[in-house]
Write a protein that binds this ligand. Structure first.
Ligand code: 5GP
Length: 248
């Protein structure tokens, strides 16, 4: 089928979702907009959408190969991901292997404290309410998911963490934490959506602890796009690099 972007059905802070001629299939466009702090800090970083779509596609492929249901169908071209249409659940599911970021501002953990088992935290995705931390009972009372679905989400998230952490370790990258989002597909199955990219994860170089993610933008540092490119270069195989014209 020749999939083309039709009507815009959702516009987020960094991605747009378009209908296609198949009602169960959408095109997710990764834009170059970058935001932080509930959208208060904004900029445009040329090629950010390009790298994030390629990086997310790679992670989705690895997860699919490990038996995890994702929205991913195919990367049509860098920036445009053909995806299963999902009814998204407004939860940000955050997994933490190492203490960093907001956790250190809210709780008396020490920097780089390691968590075994990892911590799973859920935030309510809402700029209006500033993404407050939520628990199962509040999520249930708000009708976001059933108890069984919340259990599925947590179990799947732990598996995703393990698969990606092990993969990144082989690429010399530490995986301190990440945020993912789920939705329901047309069969009402819990399915991984959104993206897995330097916008939504922390990635640190294993040897130098150099930051390779959006924290550079949050802190106003330079080299943001170079860091995203470095992640792409490390995780893609030669065939992918050739296909997407990524140079080492
Ligand atoms: P923190 O709670 O330290 O701000 O974030 C923990 C992890 O989840 C980081 O990897 C961060 O990138 C991700 N994360 C948390 N909230 C958001 C969000 O609203 N948007 C995005 N893109 N990532 C988030």
């Amino acid at each position: 089928m020749n999939h083309q972007k039709l009507e815009l059905i959702y516009q987020g802070k960094a991605k747009d979702v378009y209908k296609t001629d198949d009602p169960e299939v959408v095109i997710v466009e990764f834009r170059d907009d970058i935001t932080a702090g509930d959208g208060e800090k904004k900029d445009i970083l040329i090629n950010k959408g390009y790298y994030n779509s390629i990086i997310s596609a790679k992670f989705f492929e690895i997860l699919e190969a490990s038996g995890i249901k994702t929205q991913y169908i195919e990367l049509l071209e860098p920036g445009l991901m053909l995806s299963h249409r999902l009814e998204m659940i407004p939860l940000e599911v955050i997994t933490r292997n190492i203490a960093a970021g907001s956790l250190l501002r809210k709780f008396p953990f020490h920097e780089k404290q390691e968590f075994t088992p990892p911590i799973i935290q859920m935030d309510y995705k809402s700029d209006e309410f500033h993404d407050p931390m939520i628990n199962d009972d509040i999520a249930l009372a708000l009708g976001f998911a059933t108890r069984e679905e919340l259990e599925t989400i947590k179990k799947t998230t732990l598996k995703i963490n393990q698969v990606i952490k092990d993969f990144l370790a082989r690429k010399g990258i530490i995986f301190p934490d990440f945020k993912i989002e789920y939705g329901r597909n047309y069969k009402n199955e819990i399915t991984l959506g959104d993206e897995i990219s330097p916008d939504s994860c922390r990635f640190w170089d294993m040897k130098t602890c150099e930051v390779l993610d959006k924290d550079l933008f949050r802190k106003g540092e330079s080299g943001v796009i170079n860091a995203y490119q470095e992640v792409a270069t490390r995780i893609l195989d030669e065939e992918d690099k050739e296909k997407w014209n990524i140079k080492d």
